[in-house]
Design a protein around this ligand. Structure first.
Ligand code: PRP
Length: 180
């Protein structure tokens, strides 16, 4: 059992559960993409860097890794605009692309990414997301999902609160009094 950091209220997903699920996702993706020349993994910074590192090392298909950084505004609103802070290094035309995200909350970021990347004419476009909150609904397309979680503030395994707790090996709920 992982020992819980004092800022945290409760464990949501243990390190072992995460590792087991990441392996399952990697196996599923490896089977589904066994016939493509290579898979183009796009990690969305910062949160996805740990998930992407673990997932990529479990894949059994040739792959390459690139990153994008996005900033979102108005997370609590439906309109939440998204902006590219750092773009991919290379064009993705003709590539089999897999977006790798740590979390889908409102779904704005992933919906925006789908629109932008689709416009660059990849051979295929899929997404792999570690955790999804309920308010994203089903309007956003997630092809490979690790866990559905309740609408609580989670940290760990790439997820932060004010840049803290990203490197915890598990995912946990932040204590209410730590959010101010
Ligand atoms: C998180 C996460 C997604 C986005 C999802 O990033 O990594 O990119 O929020 O939220 P949405 O579904 O409501 O659009 P965040 O803005 O926290 O940046 P970070 O990854 O750099 O911490």
């Amino acid at each position: 059992m992982d020992e819980l950091h004092p800022d945290l209220e409760r464990m949501l997903i243990s390190a072992q559960e995460i590792q087991n699920r990441v392996k399952e996702l990697a196996d599923q993706i490896s089977n589904d993409f066994s016939s493509v020349p290579q898979l183009y993994l796009i990690g969305i910074l910062k949160g996805a860097f740990i998930f992407l590192a673990d997932l990529a090392r479990q894949l059994r298909v040739p792959n390459l890794v690139d990153f994008m950084a996005l900033s979102s505004y108005g997370k609590s609103t439906i309109s939440g605009a998204v902006r590219i802070l750092m773009d991919l290094r290379e064009p993705i035309e003709g590539q089999h692309v897999m977006i790798v995200e740590d979390i889908v909350d409102t779904g704005n970021t992933l919906a925006y990414l789908h629109r932008v990347l689709k416009g660059r004419n990849p051979a295929s476009l899929h997404s792999c997301v570690l955790v999804k909150k309920p308010r994203a609904g089903s309007q956003v397309k997630i092809d490979y999902l690790g866990f559905e979680i309740p609408d609580v503030w989670v940290v760990g395994y790439g997820l932060d609160y004010a840049e803290k707790h990203r490197t915890l090996p598990y995912i946990a709920v932040l204590r209410q009094d730590k959010k101010s």
